[in-house]
Design a protein around this ligand. Structure first.
Ligand code: GDP
Length: 445
């Protein structure tokens, strides 16, 4: 993808500065970009059409307030509507008053049912303190039964010993019986999948549903399936009263547009996201964050908001003016920049908000370490005298030793800080003021 939606919109917006509201004319161009972005994210076409119509209605006539421009306002409307379409907040599993709770797993072969069964087992044991039994009714693939046994053991649950010569419904009922007799809280029924929808498979899962009467019927779907996900979802929705969706393989390259299509077709909340092959790779699905991913721009809206709220604008402007007028950037300014970084919720929360491409580049950084480094840098500057902070060139060997002792670090740390300060000063000169504010503003479109 050449550039993200936010970039494209801001480019468009440059041509319509001074327009104080969103109108039919300026919205048309912007909507074309939104549409492209959604199609690139693999959202199915009919879903895109519906969505665009809704956003347009919401956007038309919106006043553009304060320092925002029409493009920013539209990004925010699109983002909010996208999140709303994918669900209102995070959706939990429904636990019945009387255990056992039965969870039926449905989906195509390879979607990630068995893996998700194990992840859910782990999640239920650790987070909800439940005693969990799993069972595989996949009598066609003995290997699938073995796989479930192995991963259930890894998750710390128990697996019902099913045999491939039994009928799926009989297996499920026997497991439910053991569940009741041995006071398990939850039974997860993993089912057979096929590579494509077929009648026999659908009849079988319908019978299983009627027999065990699950509290939760989860449809497991691979996010990489893109547009096909919609048809698969429809087929399952037609035979089963789904109560939730698990979107797997979100750790892949896909932008996860399938979430939107599947949700639209099934009108069922997405409850979990699979984010790795590992047993702990299951997260509560967060519509807000996912909306940013679909648009290819991270949680840009909240990034823009947090910049606007938390950066000390007056201080940043003073700094910008100083650099512009040729005054030197000193350690006090450096300290104030470090402080601004912390105000925005720390480095790791900033990372969470970055667009996916940027964040994955920076993903190898150890954020905890980076935050510790920032704190140490502050400590070093704070143990300097006011004179040293305005005239860093004064800081020679003996002053360095005193500063290091005051901050409780080695002299090398002081050298490192001075070096970083110099680099920052050079960068500030190149950017002619604004610094981080300017950089973030540019990103926020
Ligand atoms: P099933 O046929 O529906 O039971 O699918 P499996 O659970 O056997 O999963 C199929 C493949 O997808 C396996 O190789 C899993 O390791 C992999 N898989 C499942 N969920 C995820 C996920 O969230 N992320 C990644 N990267 N791989 C996954």
């Amino acid at each position: 993808m050449a550039s993200n939606l936010s970039d494209r919109l801001s480019r468009l917006v440059k041509t319509m500065r001074g327009q104080a509201r969103i109108t039919e004319t300026n919205v048309a161009d912007m909507m074309r970009e939104v549409r492209m972005a959604l199609l690139e994210a693999d959202v199915a076409l009919p879903v895109v059409r519906d969505f665009i119509a809704r956003v347009k209605e919401k956007a038309l006539g919106q006043e553009v307030v304060g320092s925002l421009n029409p493009g920013q306002v539209l990004v925010s409307i699109v983002h909010k509507e996208l999140a709303r379409t994918m669900g209102e907040g995070q959706q939990e599993l429904h636990f019945p008053a009387n255990p056992p709770m039965v969870i039926l797993m449905a989906g195509l072969q390879g979607a990630g049912k068995t893996t998700t069964t194990a992840k859910l087992t782990r999640w239920l044991i650790e987070k909800k303190k439940k005693k969990v039994l799993t069972v595989s009714t996949d009598v066609y693939r003995p290997a699938a039964m073995d796989q479930l046994r192995t991963v259930t053991a890894q998750a710390g649950g128990e697996c019902f010993p099913a045999r491939p010569d039994q009928k799926p419904v009989d297996i499920a009922l026997a497991a439910l019986d053991q569940c009741r007799r041995q006071y398990f809280d939850v039974l997860i029924v993993d089912t057979a999948g096929r590579l494509a929808i077929d009648e026999a498979l659908m009849a079988e899962i319908r019978d299983l549903h009627a027999a065990v009467r699950p509290t939760e019927t989860l449809f497991v779907v691979d996010a990489m399936q893109g547009q096909d996900a919609m048809n698969t979802a429809r087929a399952f929705k037609d035979v089963l009263p789904l109560t939730g969706i698990v979107l797997t393989k979100l750790d892949g390259d896909s932008r996860g547009g399938a979430a939107l299509s599947v949700q639209q077709v099934t009108q069922t909340p997405i409850k979990f996201a699979g984010v790795s092959e590992k047993i702990d790779g299951l997260e509560a699905f967060d519509p807000d964050r996912h909306a940013g991913r679909v648009l290819g721009m991270g949680d840009i809206v909240s990034l823009v908001e947090s910049v606007q709220q938390n950066v000390d604008v007056a201080a940043a402007q003073k700094l910008a003016a100083k650099v512009k007028s040729g005054e030197s950037f000193d350690l006090n300014d450096f300290l104030s920049q470090l402080g601004q970084m912390k105000n925005m919720g720390g480095l790791s929360s900033l990372m969470d908000k970055l667009p996916a491409q940027l964040a994955s580049k920076a993903g190898n950084l150890d954020m905890d370490k980076a935050e510790r480094d920032v704190r140490r840098m502050e400590a070093v500057i704070l143990s300097m005298t006011p004179l040293e902070r305005t005239k860093p060139d004064l800081i020679k060997a003996s002053r360095k030793r005193r500063i290091a002792a005051g901050a409780g670090v080695h002299v090398q740390e002081v050298n490192k800080l001075l070096k970083q300060f110099e680099q920052m000063r050079d960068m500030m000169k190149k950017m002619k003021g604004g610094g981080m504010m300017k950089m973030l503003k540019r990103m926020g479109g």
